[in-house]
Design a protein around this ligand. Structure first.
Ligand SMILES: [Zn+2]
Length: 446
């Protein structure tokens, strides 16, 4: 089995159970696993010097719509609230097909990798013109990230009083059948898994109550996780009260959508009772601070959630509502936003990094990831602090306060997928050219 020794790191921020920070220390990787962490380790395999670097666990992204990286900064969607923003973008997304899904996902995944992410989920909830979840799984294999794609869905179109155009919704029986197909084809439940599939109706306002319930039953039958958008903004709460006669937390609980195999994106508007419900039931939250700022949704009560014991991870969310997909900057934004809401001592740089690493891994049911310790998966980010952003820093390990914002090297399952700041498996200028060609074609087709 191949061995790699990451040697002589200035600081290793382990995020292990004792939250140790080690200086002048090494990490020994064998195959896809970390086998030792400490000083003076030896190998007959490859040696990667980490002198002048801070080493952290790979970051974990718990919410994304990778297909949206083809619709960044669409002019008509730049200043709209959530529902108006969606209505602007639906007609563009309805022109997507398999190639748009694949290239857009590769772009989003490359951006994540360069910003330190080793494990990401994705929420793909529209399948126009023959697009399939398979297109994004192919993209993740090409870039090399550990991937938790979710089979999303919308079933209530405009003619049934829903928000999306009828062309973007599917029959509920077809949705459930395709969930079964992709779970059987791609879901790997084993420790060290590179691909785990989840089930993810888009939101309570785009599918029926029956589909929400059936999705939960299917997920439990198959042993996969559940994901959706919940309590994103005031419009969302008003819709829930009017249509369902209850708040989103109650709706989720009634339909089987709480538990340690469930995580909800946003949760900006959870009240105290809902926070308690999530803490007691082990339900996870994907906090998406940039998207929440961009769409003016509000500040999620992350401090209160963490204090109550809710599992919280980070999500960059789709690139139509961020519009960046840099995960280390997202972690910085989460720290800053809690300080805006609660004061300068409300969240430290290290706590935000913890949310971005082991926090996200726990939300995704991956205690084998998100920390640097013997027996854990070898998902590791190396940050060169010899860059201009951290010049003069008194505490380079407080990465989120200064920089850098891109990794030098990134290991996923022991494989180096970013080396010297470049993708190891793919030519980035070529990917950017493909992506820009597709974005231009979409703009011209309108
Ligand atoms: Zn989202």
């Amino acid at each position: 089995m191949t061995e790699t020794l990451i040697q002589g790191a200035d600081t290793i921020v382990t995020m292990d159970d004792a939250r140790r920070e080690l200086h002048g220390a090494d990490i020994l990787i064998r195959g896809g696993e970390i086998v030792d962490v400490g000083q003076g380790l030896r190998t007959s395999g490859d040696v990667v010097s980490a002198k002048g670097c801070v080493v952290t666990p790979g970051l974990v992204n718990t919410h994304h719509h990778l297909y949206q990286s083809l619709t960044r900064a669409v002019p008509q969607g730049q200043n709209a609230l959530l529902f108006g923003w969606l209505q602007t973008l639906y007609p563009i997304w309805s022109r997507f097909g398999p190639e748009e899904m694949r290239v857009s996902a590769m772009t989003g995944l490359a951006e994540l990798a360069l910003s330190g992410c080793t494990l990401t989920s994705d929420h793909l909830y529209l399948y126009p013109n023959g697009a399939r979840l398979d297109d994004t799984i192919e993209a993740a294999r090409a870039i090399g990230l550990r991937f938790h794609p979710t089979r999303g869905a919308m079933s209530i179109g405009q003619s049934d009083g829903g928000l999306p155009p009828d062309a973007l919704v599917e029959r509920e029986a077809d949705i459930l059948n395709d969930c079964i197909r992709v779970i059987d084809a791609f879901h790997d439940p084993r420790e060290g898994s590179m691909c785990r599939v989840g089930i993810a109706p888009c939101s309570p306002f785009s599918v029926s109550r029956d589909l929400m319930r059936d999705a939960a039953l299917l997920a439990r039958d198959k042993g996969v996780m559940l994901h959706t958008h919940l309590a994103e903004n005031d419009e969302d709460i008003a819709y829930s009260l009017e249509k369902f006669g209850c708040r989103p937390g109650q709706y989720a609980e009634d339909l089987g959508w709480t538990g340690d195999d469930v995580w909800h994106a946003h949760c900006v508007k959870l009240d105290g009772q809902e926070i308690d419900l999530f803490a007691k039931s082990g339900t996870g939250v994907a906090h998406c601070p940039c998207s929440n700022c961009r769409l003016g949704s509000g500040i999620a009560p992350v401090r209160a959630m963490r204090d109550a014991g809710v599992k919280v991870g980070l999500g960059v969310d789709g690139s139509a509502s961020n519009d960046a997909g840099n995960l280390i900057l997202e972690a910085r934004q989460s720290m800053l936003l809690q300080r805006v809401a609660n004061g300068a001592d409300a969240m430290s740089a290290r706590e935000a990094l913890e949310i971005a690493t082991r926090g996200g891994a726990d939300v995704l049911g991956r205690p084998d990831c998100g920390r640097i310790a013997a027996g854990k998966r070898a998902d590791i980010a190396i940050w060169d602090t010899g860059c201009i952003e951290s010049a003069g820093s008194w505490d380079a390990a407080a990465l989120l306060l200064a920089g850098p914002t891109r990794v030098r090297d990134l290991f996923v399952e022991g494989r180096r997928i970013v080396a010297g700041g470049h993708l190891a498996s793919y030519d980035l200028p070529d990917l950017i050219a493909q992506q820009n060609r597709l974005a231009r074609a979409l703009a011209e087709s309108l």
